[in-house]
Design a protein around this ligand. Structure first.
Ligand code: SAM
Length: 172
């Protein structure tokens, strides 16, 4: 199955640490294969790896990547999420399901080069909101909601519970 990759650009380690962590965790939870972050940030890498180690799956994180090079060399389709883009419902059928997908989200102002490099500039509504919300809605729609409860075979598995918390821990 083709991979879904996230490219986070404009990450400022001090200011964006929570937001970028949540971009990574939401991407993982919603079925992405991994995330690439432009600025090097070892703490971010460790935090995300620690969640993957406990909750399972193969989520890759790399920081300190050259985003322009990645956009140029990526073998697949590139989607850029932006409030200025075309409607997500209209764009969705145009995205290939047979090739890897790279989804770009920004932090502050996104350079125009990204708009030009993307195969699809897509909005999730035309109101300004958040990269976490945009990505979550996009991924959920792109995967038809299939990853919300998919099994990751982790050390820890949460069992849905109407009231309390049920966590099953695997002992190896
Ligand atoms: N003002 C910035 C700009 O002009 O690029 C946007 C900053 S916004 C806080 C951070 C990121 O959230 C954007 O780069 C975009 O990826 C995403 N985003 C925010 N609102 C969006 C929307 N309505 N649709 C799609 N993506 C959105």
């Amino acid at each position: 199955m083709p991979g879904i990759w996230i490219l986070r650009i404009g990450h400022r380690p001090q200011r964006d640490k929570r937001v970028t962590t949540h971009v990574a965790l939401s991407s993982r939870a919603l079925g992405a294969s991994g995330i690439f972050v432009d600025t090097e940030d070892r703490t971010l890498e460790e935090n995300v790896k620690s969640v993957t180690d406990r909750f399972g799956g193969d989520f890759r994180i790399e920081t300190g990547i050259q985003w322009k090079k990645m956009l140029k060399e990526f073998d697949g389709e590139v989607v850029h999420l932006t409030m200025y883009g075309q409607r997500v419902d209209e764009a969705m059928p145009k995205i290939s399901r047979d090739r890897d997908l790279l989804i770009v989200v920004g932090a502050e102002k996104v350079p125009f080069e990204v708009y030009q490099a993307a195969d699809h500039n897509i909005s999730v509504g035309n109101q300004p909101h958040s990269e976490i919300a945009a990505l979550a809605i996009f991924l959920d729609r792109f995967t038809d909601g299939k990853n919300l409860y998919s099994d990751r075979d982790g050390q820890m598995t949460v069992i849905p519970n109407e009231r309390g918390k049920t966590v099953v821990e695997k002992h190896t």
